[in-house]
Design a protein around this ligand. Structure first.
Ligand code: GTP
Ligand code: SPV
Ligand code: MN
Length: 589
């Protein structure tokens, strides 16, 4: 008897007409073999992988993508639900039939002369009842190797699927890397994604944003759980007690750095569980439990250095899991190591930039692309939590939301209760970053940091968040932070990174009921001297500015929020509309 899995592979082979079909087993031996092939293969005019200095960066390879293919492309990403309302104003929509016809046209014969890789993988630790089974088809050996790092690739996925037809189907071809023939199409009702024309990150590693956020958010809506753009960390206090937090920040706004934080405060330690995605379920005891569906980090390189993120530097130099891949960084030719802005103070004199050109030290251009990234296993991380493979996940006591804002949003505040927290998260605005193609630095609404990743109508998504709150017995506290507020000279006022542990400590004190809070228009604020600033040279006035609620700024903010809410019409929950009305009243609008 042929299984649905086998039928799917046969159907794909007929469609793509590859020269060869290769089913991955996920072993290290296989990965080494594929890396050897990748070093001898050219795709799109460039060698796929180049080995880097094995002493400095063990098991590491360098990859350069097409310069038109360096970030997610939100304008080419579609959610193809039966009706446009189901996708919501937060998504681009296309009729599923039309979308499939378009994609099938691109796919037909697209793998002639190529190998079709079949990647069976599990999102989540395979022992977990929350884990999900998936198969991705791709003709990119770079994608195949990256998927080994980012997910659990191999036989256990095939065993878990067995004769069932219940698995995610991710169909990908890099095509000819032509932006005019590039689309990422999601079919939530069919547990299916079709992606063509890009080999980059979130567009091509279909287990990541496409499945674990867009499709999974829809599954969660149907099944009563949440798929979120969040880190998971355990923060240990000097007594050894560990408090688990989730943290949602838009793309390139500080998740990875917070997930691998080395606290400045004595006796505190951060245990890493995830840096990008969390699947959150209501556990048997009525608390929220989170697992990380991923097995690796696809992290932003620029800004990662010994001063900002020493734990990541150690992770990248660890030789445990094969391979580590650097994409679109520069290369220091003196010792064949990857280089990016922020990894060292001095700029090496003999460098090749991310586009393969000799780097001119005196130019004002960056040597590494601002969205250059590393792909590295989470098992390389020295602060990996011992709970990381706990099939139940970890119990959550606090949820941190954040954004990148030079003004308006205070350094930290707390929501009064769950519903106020959902409101606070629903009004997040953030400056756009290089993680997505298009202009950088424009403030846009990015509720829960999920604007590009919610696979259904966001009005219904907000209601789903409110509903989850009703099911949970011990609700986590919800906080809002902004590490990125700037002064009149355009300088960050808050040191950020390691010093963010000071803010986390305040949150733990709030969770444990050790300190009070002051009420302001938008939420609860730290009392005088409640944030531990010991050893930090920061002026009292700066702290006041960082925590200030400027009414004039907030009046402008409310205009943007109202505009966003209006798009959702009556899908926007009444409770959130009431919260907005209340906020306006408090601000005197
Ligand atoms: P995605 O992987 O795109 O989802 O992003 P992310 O949220 O994991 O972003 P990441 O932690 O990689 O940070 C992106 C950029 O923000 C990097 O250049 C960091 O150096 C910078 N950054 C992170 N934390 C801080 C902080 O506390 N303060 C300041 N000023 N910059 C920060
Ligand atoms: C993001 O953009 O939020 C990322 C990188 O985490 S990508 O996988 O390309 O989406
Ligand atoms: Mn992300």
């Amino acid at each position: 008897m042929t299984t649905p899995m086998e039928l799917f592979v046969e159907e794909m082979q007929k469609l793509f007409q590859p020269d060869e079909v290769y089913v991955m087993d996920g072993s290290q031996e296989e990965a080494e073999r594929l890396a050897d092939i990748a070093q001898k293969s050219e795709v799109d005019g460039r060698v796929v992988l180049r080995k880097l200095n094995d002493k400095e960066y063990p098991n590491s390879y360098y990859h350069r993508s097409n310069s038109n293919d360096v970030a997610r492309t939100e304008h080419l990403t579609f959610v193809c639900t039966p009706s446009e309302t189901e996708a919501g104003p937060n998504n681009n929509w296309m009729d599923p039939k039309e979308a499939k016809a378009k994609m099938t046209g691109f796919f037909k014969g697209a793998m002639k002369g190529r190998t079709m890789y079949v990647i069976p993988f599990v999102m989540g630790t395979p022992k977990s009842k929350y884990a999900k089974n998936c198969i991705q088809i791709t003709d990119s050996i770079y994608v195949a190797l990256s998927m080994r790092v980012m997910s659990r690739v191999g036989k256990q996925a095939i065993e878990r699927i067995g004769g069932s037809s219940d698995f995610f189907r991710g169909i990908h071809s890099i095509g000819d890397v032509n932006p005019d023939r590039r689309f990422i199409m999601h079919f939530p009702q069919e547990n299916l994604v079709m992606s063509f024309g890009s080999g980059y990150g979130g567009n091509a590693l279909l287990g990541k944003k496409c499945y674990s956020l867009r499709i999974a958010s829809y599954l969660g809506y149907k099944e009563g759980w949440l798929a979120e753009h969040m880190i998971i960390v355990g923060v240990q206090d000097p007594n050894g007690k560990v408090t688990y937090f989730l943290g949602a920040f838009p793309s390139a706004c500080g998740k990875t750095n917070l997930a691998l934080l080395e606290p400045v405060l004595k006796g505190y330690k951060v245990w890493t569980l995830g840096d990008d995605i969390a699947w959150i379920n209501v556990g048997e005891d009525g608390r929220l439990y989170a697992i990380n569906p991923e097995a690796g980090f696809f992290g932003v390189a620029p800004g990662t250095g010994l001063k900002t993120n020493p734990v990541m530097v150690k992770t990248l130099k660890n030789d445990k899991f094969f391979p580590t891949i650097f994409t679109n960084t520069a290369v220091d030719n003196s010792n064949n190591t990857p280089w990016w802005e922020g990894v060292s103070d001095e700029v090496p004199s003999d460098m090749t930039d991310w586009q393969g050109q000799k780097y001119d030290k005196d130019s004002s251009k960056a040597a590494a692309h601002p969205n250059s990234r590393f792909t590295v296993s989470i098992y390389n991380c020295p602060t990996l939590s011992p709970e990381c493979d706990n099939p139940k996940g970890v119990p959550i006591s606090g949820i941190i939301f954040g954004g990148r804002r030079k003004d308006t949003i205070p350094l930290v505040y707390e929501a009064k209760d769950w519903n106020s927290g959902v409101f606070t998260a629903s009004i997040i605005g953030s400056e756009t970053t290089a993680a997505s193609s298009g202009q950088v630095g424009n403030v846009r609404r990015d509720p829960m940091a999920m604007l590009p990743f919610c696979g259904y109508n966001m009005g219904e998504y907000f209601q789903h968040w409110l509903n989850i709150g009703k099911k949970v017995q011990k609700l986590p506290k919800i906080f809002m932070v902004n590490w990125f507020r700037k002064d009149e000279n355009g300088k960050f006022m808050w040191p950020g990174f390691k010093d963010n542990s000071r803010i986390i400590k305040w949150m733990i004190d709030r969770i444990e009921g050790k300190v009070g809070a002051k009420e302001a228009e938008i939420g609860l604020f730290p009392e005088e001297n409640a944030i531990d600033l010991s050893g930090l040279d920061i002026k009292k006035e700066t702290m006041e500015k960082l925590l200030k609620v400027d009414k004039e700024d907030w009046k402008k903010e409310v205009v943007m929020i109202e505009e966003f809410y209006a798009k959702f019409g009556n899908k926007m929950p009444v409770d959130l509309r009431n919260h907005l009305a209340e906020l306006k009243k408090k601000l005197g609008i």
